[in-house]
Design a protein around this ligand. Structure first.
Ligand code: MG
Length: 330
């Protein structure tokens, strides 16, 4: 065989073997699998039109239990809890971003940077009950976030955690439109989740007068011990009207974050969210003395928690997250 003619042939074979090996490699992270998310109708879709349901954990109010906002903790939540999403709940008031903007933003950035590194999605939450009083702060904050992270498929913006009993049309919707306009100057496409009145429960009210624009979802929050079938009925109405819902926060307990773990009720909610492909984040990664906080007091800020350090709610949620992860990559 003439070596001059066989060399290009060998090179071609090696090239095709290498490229097919690369193509055949299974995605190993949620962001590798789904990439840039978008909303069509009531559903979140991935780059290849796969239906996406994310599942993970929310951190606690950043100004009170900010110690878990660090890279090691995110790594642990990815590797040991199999979160496909985490939520940085950046407190605004009291003593949060409204008075210590640099300090609180840095906590969020630590979580977001590591989520990007680990290939999971991350919700940047403006954790506030009266965000209409902090419109300028919200615009400054989300403008910085969109400029810094708008090109990463990982990031989801949650612009208003839980409005109180205020009007959708007169208060929450105008606030949302203004903040969305700011984000869209820098990031045309990542998902934005809007809060809904009455602690993000009145999604049916938002459904009567939704916000124009693409890739907009609406927050639905529930606590299994307090919010029962009646809230599912409200949410079903919103879905029927075409809203895409995102459970950016839920608890297995009562609405005050404490009390029993409502196992039967949380199963009902999980089934309902699965049926409707609704993504969810559990409240919360914290070592507070309340049953919704998944860790016992003093559990390491860096992760590595033993079984003994995880409270009953945490064990239930972790099992659900492992199951969701298996389904995602089966
Ligand atoms: Mg973008």
């Amino acid at each position: 065989m003439n070596t001059n003619t066989s060399r290009p042939l060998i090179l071609c074979i090696v090239f095709f073997m290498l490229s097919s090996a690369l193509i055949a490699r299974e995605p190993i992270t949620p962001v590798e699998k789904y990439g840039q998310l978008r909303i069509e109708g009531t559903t979140i879709l991935g780059e290849n039109n796969e239906v996406v349901q994310l599942a993970g954990m929310s951190f606690f109010w950043s100004q009170w239990i900010g110690k878990y906002y660090n890279a090691s903790c995110v790594d642990w939540l990815v590797n040991d809890w199999k979160c496909s999403v985490v939520r940085a709940a950046m407190a605004v008031a009291p003593d949060g971003y409204s008075t210590k903007p640099e300090r609180e933003r840095r906590k969020v950035e630590k979580v977001v940077d590591e989520a990007i590194k680990q290939g999971i999605y991350v919700v940047i939450d403006f954790h506030e009950h009266r965000a209409e009083n902090f419109v300028e702060e919200a615009k400054t904050f989300f403008s910085a976030m969109a400029q810094k992270y708008g090109n990463y498929p990982n990031v989801i913006y949650e612009i208003y955690n839980e409005p109180l009993k205020v009007s959708w049309n007169k208060v929450v919707k105008p606030y949302s439109e203004e903040v969305i306009k700011t984000i869209r100057q820098y990031d045309p496409d990542n998902i934005i989740v809007c809060g809904t009145p009455n602690w993000s429960q009145d999604v049916d009210e938002a459904a009567l007068d939704p916000i124009e624009g693409s890739n907009i979802a609406y927050a639905l929050h529930f606590y299994a011990g307090t919010h029962k079938e009646w809230l599912i009925e409200k949410a079903d109405k919103a879905i029927e009207k075409g809203l895409c819902l995102f459970v950016t926060e839920y608890g297995t307990t009562e609405a005050n974050g404490d009390g029993a773990v409502y196992e039967k009720e949380i199963r009902m909610w999980y089934d309902w969210m699965d049926k409707n492909h609704i993504s969810h984040c559990n409240w919360s990664i914290a070592d507070k003395k309340e049953s919704s906080a998944v860790l016992v007091p003093g559990a390491s800020r860096k992760g590595g928690w033993s079984e003994k350090q995880i409270k009953p709610s945490g064990k239930l949620v972790q099992a659900e997250l492992l199951k969701k992860h298996e389904e995602m990559f089966k």
